[in-house]
Design a protein around this ligand. Structure first.
Ligand code: NDP
Length: 305
């Protein structure tokens, strides 16, 4: 069997195309949407994520405000910024880039964000709305995965779905969204007994763990749809050769850059056993930013009403 590769980049481009028209309509009515991004500290990965979010917004005509504070900022400093952005009528969406430095109380900061501007969907009000099946902002990665499944014609209702990982950002909201769409959902985690047997029950397997190639042949039911959220950088030659021995393009990339990306699922096993799968890179990743843009546009539309 040869698995269908789900092209996340193409689906994200489709979503961005639709958003462009809505942004243009808002701009024509007087004001383009505005996203405020708060970055505390000098974590290079966070700075890169912030840049790519600002750039993705700019391509759609979404304005961005970047608020950058040094790594020594206190919880009070960050709360003051968030309160200022909550009160600013020009700001539609607020995103606090995580992780925050250890001395900053991230929970207090996330709770301080106005739920109507919470485009990451992390505020307890929006989490509660998700649990209760009420409208609200959905966390971007799980929302992107649902959009990807729907746009790829992959059925969810009635399917046995297994989500591996129970983080507040990916695993838990993913499971809740699949439940909302009538899947029969199991959540697995580091304390799950016989993970392979649990995963093999899945018609739809979502891996959100953060362990390179953790799920292999023994975890995948033949014909399953596999969504790989994991985003792991491989820098050890032995690891790269173990997973990509038969992939000259990846080996060449490793020679050139000294690293390559892999998800939580063994890339060879998934191609052999799944009916459809999301590649890493180019699967779930592009959808996450597209959904952040979608939430920002929705926030702007709601605030104009
Ligand atoms: P977390 O570290 O917050 O959560 C990982 C989860 O995996 C935990 O629930 C943990 O269980 C579980 N886990 C860890 N080891 C095992 C194991 N051996 N067997 C079963 N379960 C295990 O990670 P995130 O949810 O934030 O992210 C997961 C992955 O997704 C990462 O690779 C991250 O980079 C990627 N990611 C990708 C995004 C994208 O846009 N493509 C967006 C967000 C994340 P327990 O709770 O018991 O500790």
């Amino acid at each position: 069997m040869s698995a269908r590769k789900i092209d996340g980049a193409a689906i994200a481009a489709e979503i961005r195309g639709e958003l462009k028209d809505r942004v243009a309509a808002l701009a024509a009515a007087g004001r383009a949407p505005c996203l405020a991004v708060v970055l505390v500290g000098d974590n290079p990965a966070s700075a890169l994520y912030v840049r790519s979010k600002v750039r993705a917004g700019a391509e759609l005509g979404i304005r961005s405000i970047e608020v950058i504070r040094p790594v020594a900022a206190t919880t009070e400093d960050v709360l003051e910024i968030v309160c200022g952005l909550n009160a600013d009528p020009a700001v539609d969406g607020i995103l606090v880039q995580l992780p925050l430095p250890p001395q900053v109380d991230a929970q207090r900061v996330l709770v301080a964000v106005d739920p109507g501007k919470d485009v990451d969907g992390f505020h307890p009000i929006n989490v509660g709305n998700l649990v209760a099946g009420r409208p609200g902002f959905l966390p971007c990665t799980p929302a992107g995965i649902m959009a990807m499944l729907q746009r790829s014609g992959i059925p969810v209702a009635g399917q046995n779905a297994v989500v591996v990982g129970r983080s507040d950002i990916v695993g838990k909201p993913m499971a809740l969204l699949l439940l909302r769409h009538d899947a029969t959902v199991t959540i697995a985690h580091s304390r799950t007994r016989d993970l392979a047997a649990v995963c093999r029950r899945a018609d739809l397997l979502v891996a959100a763990v953060g362990r390179p190639g953790l799920l292999g042949r023994e975890h995948i039911k033949p014909g399953a749809v596999v969504v790989d959220v994991g985003s792991n950088k491989l820098t050890e030659r032995a690891e790269v050769e173990r997973f990509f021995a038969a992939d000259p393009r990846r080996l060449a990339e490793f020679e050139r850059r000294g690293s390559t990306w892999i998800g939580d699922v063994d890339p060879v096993a998934v191609r052999e056993l799944a009916s459809a799968f999301t590649p890493v890179p180019g699967g779930v990743g592009p959808l996450t930013i597209a959904m952040l843009m979608a939430n920002t546009v929705a926030a702007a539309e709601l605030r104009r009403r």
